[in-house]
Design a protein around this ligand. Structure first.
Ligand code: UD1
Length: 417
């Protein structure tokens, strides 16, 4: 890409990566067919499809139509295919459903972005509290429970994945489960609402205390995946960064309260109209702002790298604190190589701006840092090359095409494609 062009135009998004993968996993719980719509055209979806196919789920994914139909046709497998499991973190979402429905699961430890230790101790402790017996080997875990029972579980940390896994497990457990200090991300609420539509009894949805009364069976359902607040936020940050105006459609402003406030504090104008958000910055320097990542409704860690790029262009000192993933600042080195003035002290980063960024070759980034690297290239002097674009494809549908449609000077090709 070559920097300099302001992004102007409209993008209309499909559903959220971090929701659809869990909705797919929930098919393991159902007696009937799950039909998902607004399925994003991202590569994690077929990988999750392969995980589920290995567990006897018939998966029909139509990427163009944005639909995915899932129905269990064979229900004895408890060991999802290792190669697919180790490619995405969300494969851990099969754990709760398998134990609840099939009485056992044997799983290679999941993959995903290399952004921290990403242990699964909270998932396992919750299942153990529900009566499961856990055996751990080096890179595998086996969990067994003929019938899970309800329990009161207080999470040490509001983990997204653990909250989802335990909710799914509890839907078919015997009795009542209460999860305290539960994560409240909108994608978890999406999963809970779908489970309720399948016949589950879940209350306290979207709050830190979720209560689930186990039922005997869950049915199939048709469900529309909730919007992707992170993908939306990425385009909105890009609008403010490049001094353009981008309207993102099919997004919920309520899911982005804090990021939108930060963009507005930074000097962009934000307007909301139904399911569309427009961010515009026509002239003048950006203001410095402080950002602290926290579980929802805190500032999302998945927008932190993109926001850091924006803050390199703010006039003054901004501070960014990362509280969710300990290794997420690895992107800072790449930004520094482009000329950014950033000091890191533990999980705090101090940014001094504005700095002119210059083109560079960036590699080894994860899905969000990859997108952020492209954003940096859109304001850098000269040419920037982002390698390993497959990381971006995991979470952004047609990223390069969409940026081009907004006026960005970016092409896809070479060995990074
Ligand atoms: C999900 C999202 C990811 C997002 C993250 C936080 C998906 C597929 N991924 O990841 O995009 O960045 O939420 O919003 O939905 N932890 C433990 N023990 C556990 C579980 C987690 O220590 O058992 C730690 C992790 O190492 C991490 C923190 O808790 O430091 C947050 O992890 P968690 O909320 O579980 O994130 P994920 O579900 O992996």
């Amino acid at each position: 890409m070559r920097g300099g062009a302001p992004l102007v135009g409209t993008v209309r998004l499909a559903g959220a990566k971090n929701s659809v993968l869990k909705l797919m996993a929930a098919s393991l719980l159902a007696d009937g067919e799950i039909v998902l719509s607004a399925v994003p055209d991202i590569t994690d979806v077929p990988v999750m499809g392969a995980v589920l196919a290995g567990l006897g789920v018939d998966v029909t994914h139509d990427a163009d139509a944005g639909t995915c139909r899932l129905a269990v046709v064979e229900s004895t497998a408890i060991r999802p295919p290792r190669d697919a499991v180790t490619r995405i973190r969300a494969s851990i979402s099969c754990l709760g459903p398998l134990v609840a429905r099939r009485g056992a699961a044997e799983l290679a430890l999941p993959g995903g972005d290399r952004i921290g230790a990403r242990s699964i101790d909270l998932h396992l402790a919750g299942l153990a509290a529900m009566g499961a017996v856990i055996e751990r080997a080096d890179d595998e875990v086996a969990v067994r429970a003929p019938r899970l029972h309800g329990a009161r579980i207080t999470l040490d940390f509001p983990s997204v994945g653990a909250t989802e896994n335990l909710i799914m497990a509890a839907t078919l457990a015997e009795g009542r489960t209460v999860i305290d200090n539960a994560a409240r991300e909108p994608e978890i609420a999406d999963l809970c609402h779908m489970l309720v539509a399948m016949g589950a009894h879940v209350s306290g949805i979207g709050t830190p205390t979720v209560t689930i009364h186990g039922v005997e069976r869950l049915s199939g359902v048709q469900w529309e995946t909730c919007p992707d607040r992170i993908e939306a936020g990425t385009y909105l940050v890009a609008a403010a960064l490049t001094g353009g105006s981008v309207r993102v459609e099919r997004v919920r402003a309520d899911d982005l309260t804090l990021p939108l406030r930060k963009l507005s504090d930074a000097g962009a104008s934000v307007s909301v109209e139904g399911d569309a958000i427009t961010v515009t910055r026509t002239s003048g320097p950006l203001n410095p702002v402080d950002v602290v990542t926290l579980p929802y409704p805190g500032f999302p860690t998945d927008l932190q790298p993109q926001m850091m790029v924006l803050l390199t262009q703010a006039d003054g000192m901004s501070r960014c604190t990362e509280n969710v993933f300990e290794s997420r600042f690895s992107f800072v080195d790449q930004l520094r190589r482009m000329g950014a003035d950033i000091d890191v002290d533990g999980h705090h980063a101090m940014l001094s701006g504005p700095t002119r960024l210059h083109g560079a070759t960036l590699a080894g980034l994860d899905v969000r840092a990859g997108a952020a690297g492209v954003l940096a290239g859109l304001v850098a002097d000269g040419e920037t090359i982002v390698h390993d674009v497959h990381h971006i494809d995991r979470g952004y549908a047609h990223f390069v095409e969409r940026l081009r449609s907004l006026g960005a000077d970016v092409v896809r090709g070479g060995d990074g494609a």
